[in-house]
Design a protein around this ligand. Structure first.
Ligand SMILES: Cc1ncc(COP(=O)(O)O)c(C=O)c1O
Length: 374
């Protein structure tokens, strides 16, 4: 990690689903990963309240002792059904879903190969396996293949990648990656951003890329398109058994608060019944990207609802861009995470519920700034 000092971002208060109060002004905001704005859906909110009233807040115990509430199994069944997976195992959140899924294969994996731009949780997860870890070039199937081919014949590799990379909206070439994976290997797909967003039914990166394989372990976050909070591992029965018997993190932690399980069940019901939100999301993402492309700025050709742009790294240019966005009534959402040095990258996250006028307001602000780059 670079020696950059990080501090909390400025506090934001949202005045509705689209605006924040910033230094006394109400600004349009394209931030957060509540892509379908399900956190504000009345059915989700009332399910959270009803579950709290009926079942209380927490089981206050691990699921392998006294904390295995029936709502957990219901949500796991619904998630597996939604994703067309053999089974699902819940995790406290998306980050720990990766740690749990990986801890379960400790001792069974001999080498880890991670996309160089993978999310931090995959890097942390890889370190749980006491075996060599290498990175492959971002989304580069030939580099992955070359490294896999160099492993001994007895190797049991684990490949790790994000599905939809939230940094720039690119998507892993999953089909091609599965094709180069040896039969003894696994692929851990962190689909925190793809789940609920990509594919005809919103099942995520596997559906979008037409790549289903028993070698893929798909992890998801319930705090993004699902709009609630929590995580899950969509996998085989065999791997689910390994989690129960092999993950100390799973065995030794309290599962999701029950009202959130109720909320996630309601959100899945909405996702199943109402494809209109996903269609609006695709439409909104295409609208902004087309507007930006028509100004000569090339963006990755994916349906990701993310627009990531950078400007000259000189502090004066960054300041100018921030002021330009503020003048257009837009909150400047700079994307800066531990592990990424750039503070001249700005990321705008589109939701299904932004209006055409709001999308066009952002487009106008972006295309009128000279020197914008993808
Ligand atoms: C790619 C990716 N994986 C995992 C996570 C962690 O998910 P959660 O916030 O549910 O812990 C995030 C969240 O920011 C993410 O972007």
């Amino acid at each position: 990690m670079p020696q950059t000092r990080y501090k909390y971002a400025e506090t934001l208060s949202w005045t509705d689903e689209f605006h924040v109060l910033y230094r006394g002004r109400e600004l349009l905001c394209f931030a957060g990963c509540d892509y379908l704005r399900l956190s504000a859906h009345p059915a989700v909110r009332s399910a959270i309240n009803d579950t709290l009233a009926r079942h209380g807040l927490t089981v206050a115990a691990s699921r392998i002792t006294t904390g295995n509430h029936q709502l957990y199994s219901r949500l796991e069944q619904e998630l597996a059904r939604f994703a067309n997976a053999e089974t699902a195992v819940l995790a406290p959140n998306g980050y720990t879903a990766n740690l749990i899924a990986t801890q379960a294969v400790a001792g069974k994996v001999t080498h880890v190969l991670v996309d160089e731009r993978a999310h931090a949780s995959l890097l942390d997860a890889a370190r749980l396996l006491e075996c060599p870890i290498a990175t492959f070039k971002h989304r580069h199937v030939d580099d992955l293949k070359r490294q896999l081919n160099h492993l001994p014949a007895s190797a049991r590799p684990l490949v790790m990648t994000d599905g939809l990379f939230a940094g720039d909206g690119s998507i892993a070439p999953l089909k091609e990656q599965i094709a180069v994976l040896p039969p003894t290997g696994w692929l851990l797909l962190d689909d925190a951003h793809g789940f609920g967003v990509l594919g005809k039914h919103g099942r995520g990166t596997p559906e979008w890329s037409g790549a289903q394989s028993k070698q893929v372990i798909q992890t998801v976050s319930l705090s993004k398109a699902v709009g609630v909070f929590g995580g899950a591992i969509l996998t085989s029965h065999a791997h689910a058994e390994r989690i129960l018997s092999g993950s100390r993190l799973f065995a030794g932690s309290t599962p999701m608060p029950l009202p959130l399980v109720g909320g996630a069940l309601a959100a899945l019901k909405v996702l199943n019944a109402d494809s209109a939100r996903r269609k609006r999301l695709v439409h909104n993402a295409a609208r902004i990207k087309n507007a930006i492309r028509s100004a000569g700025i090339a963006l990755p050709d994916t349906p990701a609802p993310i627009v990531s742009v950078q400007i000259d790294s000189a502090p004066s240019a960054v300041d100018r861009f921030r002021r330009h966005l503020l003048a257009h009534g837009i909150y400047p959402t700079s994307a800066r995470y531990p592990g990424t040095a750039a503070s001249n990258r700005f990321r705008f996250v589109i939701s299904s519920e932004h209006s055409v006028e709001q999308i066009d307001q952002l487009a106008k602000a972006l295309v009128t700034f000279p020197g914008l780059r993808p």
